[in-house]
Design a protein around this ligand. Sequence first.
Ligand code: SAM
Length: 220
Amino acid sequence: MKQARLQKIQRVLSLRQPTLTVLLEEVHKPHNLSAILRSCDAVGAMQAHAIVPRGGMPTYNATSGSAEKWVPLHTHKQVIPTIEDLQKQGYQVLATHLSERAVDYREVDYTRPTCILLGAEKWGVSEDAAKAADQNIIIPMMGMVQSLNVSVAAATILFEAQRQRQVAGMYREPQIEPVTLKRLTFEWLYPELAEIYQDRGEAYPELDEEGMIVQVSPQV
Ligand code: SAM
């Protein structure tokens, strides 16, 4: 049982894409937040970012398949410093925003470190954030309705990123450093225990091939 879980965790972590993420600008509906994290998990995005909406962060939706457990969400107060910070880390920030410089989302190279900026359900991406982004992208709309639901837009773009990365062989070899892979394996397999070790500032114990702990600290 533990071994099967270990194998699944190792397989999923070996497909994770640390250079693919999203930034949500005040997305406030729980079902949208949860659905976006679920798509992030499905394509292997390792983490997500969010600007806290005025009314506070939405709770997670119970039907999300607990994606928030596997895709940590980092919250930020202000959008422009967050965009600038991601750009300093080497990410191209793509704002999903209809502007004169917007291009079809399929024209972009998602094999580069990429952050997809998505806007609030009612207002969309702010003008300032769209300007600060490296590129504006749009999913062509050919119907009567002007825009998609934000989680649908996120999934559409994330799966194009997955397609391009698959073609480029980015799911063939682990993209995460071995030390991070080992750390996350322990945290995903033993989440409660991992917290205890973190609180104590102690290193995680080794795992054997079946995912069993080889040596436990005497106090745990
Ligand atoms: N009135 C808003 C506007 O003008 O942007 C509509 C917001 S839309 C319901 C919510 C978010 O979904 C947008 O900010 C964007 O992130 C994403 N989105 C919806 N339709 C899109 C499309 N066709 N192309 C790209 N992103 C889209």
